[in-house]
Design a protein around this ligand. Structure first.
Ligand SMILES: NC(=O)c1ccc[n+]([C@@H]2O[C@H](COP(=O)([O-])OP(=O)(O)OC[C@H]3O[C@@H](n4cnc5c(N)ncnc54)[C@H](OP(=O)(O)O)[C@@H]3O)[C@@H](O)[C@H]2O)c1
Length: 308
């Protein structure tokens, strides 16, 4: 019999991962889902189709009926509060898997509090945008006891992910440490693209000409973010794909880790974070990671928006 799974957190990433779990996860019972905003869970459950999922009325209900509980929430505070609530139940023998991007110290502290209740914990942050979550092509980073990781792997490669980075028997915080360092690459990539497109426009090369080179030289995420910048998608969408608050959380964790690691200097990230502050001022919660382009444009004497 397959374990009963539940999923807490149906944001941009959680929804995509759940679609793949119910389609390819060989579940023999409906996936139990819970979201702080219940309507989101109900709408999503209807979209998944009859018999694929059941909406839990509380975190406790989701946890009580499950063997493996996946969590994918915005930030450390949300994860800590959710786990505190979950641990009010009898969780002995259950496995918690946190897919959120949190500070490594948070992951290691969770492992202790969850372990003290007789349950298991694996940190499994993921790399990839929401479209990759929907396509089941994320990169899953797993850290924690090898025996616990083995219980999670049937739901990773070929289900929600295209590859695993397996840190079996290492502290859970190693997975989130990689995730935070990895996201500095993503944020700095977007900063470079924003600066490059701004210079291309002001110097007379033109964005289209720059984009032809990006497509040839850097297919993949560079090209995807470049396309979104050129289309004005960085300020036009109602809901961000990589919200400004999430991006600033990740940058903040990286800067904190740098400070605590002998005073490493992350100058490029500091500049990108300054642009994210401007993004939040200009677009509020609609601000997205690629909106950094608008902030660089503004700083360079252009309009934040690149279309009329
Ligand atoms: N977006 C990306 O490109 C990306 C890629 C890889 C990893 N991640 C990471 O994956 C996690 C989820 O990202 P996302 O893009 O799915 O975020 P999102 O779309 O903003 O969704 C956030 C989720 O967390 C819930 N939440 C937020 N604060 C909460 C609180 N205080 N208590 C309970 N629930 C709370 C939200 O519930 P409501 O629906 O009620 O608001 C929602 O389910 C984050 O840690 C993010 O850094 C994101």
């Amino acid at each position: 019999m397959a374990p009963q799974l539940s999923w807490i957190g149906l944001g941009n990433m959680g929804r995509g991962m759940c679609v793949n779990l119910v389609e390819k996860g060989k579940l023999d019972k409906p996936l139990i889902i819970f979201n702080r905003t219940t309507k989101r869970a109900e709408d999503f459950s209807a979209k998944l189709g009859a018999g694929k999922s059941e909406v839990a009325s509380s975190i406790g209900d989701a946890v009580k009926s499950s063997d493996i509980i996946f969590i994918c929430l915005g930030d450390d505070k949300a994860v800590n509060e959710t786990i505190d609530t979950a641990l009010k139940e009898d969780v002995k023998g259950k496995l918690f898997v946190d897919c959120s991007t949190v500070h490594p110290e948070t992951s290691n502290a969770l492992a202790k509090t969850i372990g003290a209740k007789g349950a298991e914990f694996v940190a499994m942050p993921v790399f990839g945008a929401p479209a990759m979550a929907e396509a089941g092509s994320l990169i899953c980073v797993l850290a924690g006891p090898g025996s616990s990781i083995n219980k999670v792997k049937p739901y990773t490669t070929g289900v929600i992910g295209r590859a695993n980075i397996d840190y079996s028997d290492q502290e859970p915080g190693q997975a989130t440490l990689l995730k935070i360092i990895g996201n500095t690459f993503v944020i700095n990539m977007v900063e470079s693209l924003g600066e490059g497109h701004t210079l291309a426009e002001r110097s007379g090369l033109g964005s289209e000409n720059l984009h032809k080179w990006i497509e040839t030289m850097f297919p993949g995420p560079y090209t995807a973010y470049s396309s979104r910048m050129m289309a004005g998608d960085y300020y036009k969408r109602d809901e961000p794909l990589f919200g400004v608050d999430l991006a600033r959380k990740d940058a903040g964790h990286a800067l904190d880790l740098a400070k605590k690691s002998g005073g490493v200097k992350l100058g490029a990230l500091e500049i990108a974070d300054k642009h994210l502050v401007e993004v939040k001022k200009h677009l509020g919660a609609k601000g997205d990671l690629p909106s950094i382009y608008g902030a660089v444009r503004k700083e360079s004497g252009l309009k934040f928006e690149n279309k009329d």
